[in-house]
Design a protein around this ligand. Sequence first.
Ligand SMILES: Cc1ncc(COP(=O)(O)O)c(C=O)c1O
Length: 396
Amino acid sequence: MNESTKLINTAHCPDTIGGKPLNTVNPPLFQGSTVLFECCEDMQRAQSGQYGGVTYGTDRLPTQRSFEDALRDIEGGHLCRAFQSGISAITHTLMAFTRSGDHILVCENVYGPTARFCDQVLSKFNVQSTYVPSAVGVDIVDFIRPETRVVFLESPGSNTFEIQDIPAVVEVARSRGILTVIDNTWATPLYLKPFELGVDVSIQSVTKYICGHSDVLLGAVTVGERWAEQFARYYKTLEIFAAPGDCYLALRGLKTLAVRLKRHEQSALRIAQWLETCDLVGRVMHPALPSHPQHDLWRRDFSGSSGLFAFTFKEDWPQARIAAFVDALDLFGIGFSWGGFKSLVTAGQYRRPAGSPYAGKTVIRLNIGLEDPEDLIADLKKGFAAAGAAGQSSSS
Ligand SMILES: Cc1ncc(COP(=O)(O)O)c(C=O)c1O
């Protein structure tokens, strides 16, 4: 069965009323804290961990469970757990699988708050982080220490879009018992299958494509069989849970993910190709363009591309000229996050090593939404015209 069909037919929660089935197309929203027991004995079984059913709201109510199961199936993992945001999913994964004295390897191009967590929080618990090149492959072996426990990948990185050689990293890590984790938000489980490549844990910021409407914060972690029990125990011990209403919206978003993602993909590619022809543009960072440095890896491992990519200007413009470009855009909202139906723009510089083509460069990142791509191109043309005018006025 095609995955788009599978998503439509996932997660049912039928009920009965008056002895007849009540089966809404979307599973109903199940919300609650207290769960009532039928008798004292059941309640006491719950107290001693012998009950077997749901005992409390933090025990993952059916809406959360339906979402987790649907995502687990499409990711191809063994167990999925939802978190209140993508960054919460990331930080809890790192806490669940490390202990004092451990060392982890993290890709240089990870989402900024992931690195901040490693540097400012994990370090307090004596877990040391080393950053490895954004396009790391078998060379990851040079960074491994006896106490290395986790490799954290993000491919492509969501600001400068380098791709890692995932199977090569996995082979090195597996043979040493090191857990591999990937932030799979950009590709979603539709365009990258981390478990087929041997990765142990796949993380989604569900906030992005899965929810798709910029109105929910949610995260999810899917774990392969080998690590599932450890992760489930961690989750249960901390009594983490995700808001049922958010899980409901995520489940609804999953149903239309395939259609939306295809449109994001087509529009982003059209705009990225057009940007490559623009005089003022330097590098366009989009893995599906043949000019991308790891395009061959993308072709080998991914089955599609999504709607987030970036570019640089050919020259190092002063801040005022960059602002003139961004401020002239009408259809692109200026704002963080991505994966939603509305196009967005950000302009920023990212911590990259001296040899990187992006070191010290302003990166313009575009989230291509569901508008008509020709309208978006017309909007970008307005931005370039404004930047051109700003350049002339500053040189005259
Ligand atoms: C690649 C990536 N991972 C994780 C996150 C965090 O997701 P959330 O906003 O749901 O916390 C983001 C947010 O922008 C992101 O870009």
